[in-house]
Design a protein around this ligand. Structure first.
Ligand code: CA
Length: 222
């Protein structure tokens, strides 16, 4: 069970997130205070951290900066403020990712899992969803033993969906994962790439069986 350190001073939100994470199979330690969080992180090193930015005691960014010097643990920041400057500061602090409140719990979990997977592990070079297999090292994709040629972005988009199999991923999340935080183009570029992927991977691209659209939210691979 991956251990998560959740630091959030809003008790209602903290309890809600903690409860959800436990149901998702995480072992959860919580606190609402930044100074206490640092002690907890040092005494019982977590596998992944989720820090609110605005906290009593040490704030989330300082916490992140200090901890980053001591460990490689993935850190996600929760921020109530979406302004660009906050995002930049957040990432300069050594955070792996951030999520703007209000957020969806499944998306938080998807991002935590993605951050956990970025910690190098052996044998993590193969992804599978039914008869669709990706070899990440060789960058090859096979559908029922037939090789499918994908462009670089199509490959990254499919890999992101397959790493988070079953979870609904928002366009914003897919853009940061595939195109990067500094992407300034049209968010519909995700839809265009999804259409191309469906043309290559679906029997009937207008009635997809693998690459599902979740209306108003984003995409999911089953
Ligand atoms: Ca707060």
């Amino acid at each position: 069970m991956p251990r998560v350190l959740l630091v959030e001073d809003e008790a209602t939100l903290r309890d809600l997130v903690a409860q959800y994470l436990r149901r998702e199979g995480f072992e959860v330690s919580t606190t609402g205070n930044g100074d206490e969080a640092l002690d907890l992180a040092r005494n019982e090193p977590p596998d992944v951290c989720v820090f609110d930015v605005m906290l009593p005691g040490m704030d989330g960014l300082s916490l992140c900066r200090i901890l980053r010097k001591e460990s490689e643990v993935p850190i996600l920041l929760l921020t109530a403020r979406g302004a660009e400057i906050d995002r930049v500061i957040g990432l300069e602090s050594g955070a792996d990712d951030y999520i703007v409140k209000p957020f969806s719990l499944p998306e938080l979990v998807a991002r935590m899992r993605a951050a956990l997977r970025r910690v190098p592990k052996p044998h993590s070079d193969r992804l599978q969803a039914g008869d669709l297999v990706m070899d990440l090292t060789a960058r090859r994709v096979f559908l029922v033993d037939r090789e499918i040629k994908l462009s670089h972005k199509e490959f990254e988009l499919l890999a992101t969906l397959m790493r988070n199999k079953g979870a609904v991923l928002t366009r914003e999340f897919l853009i940061t994962q595939v195109w990067g935080f500094d992407f300034e183009g049209d968010p519909r570029t995700v839809d265009v790439h999804m259409r191309w992927l469906r043309e290559k991977l679906e029997k009937d691209p207008s009635h997809p069986e693998r690459l599902q659209t979740v209306r108003g939210v984003g995409y999911r691979i089953d």
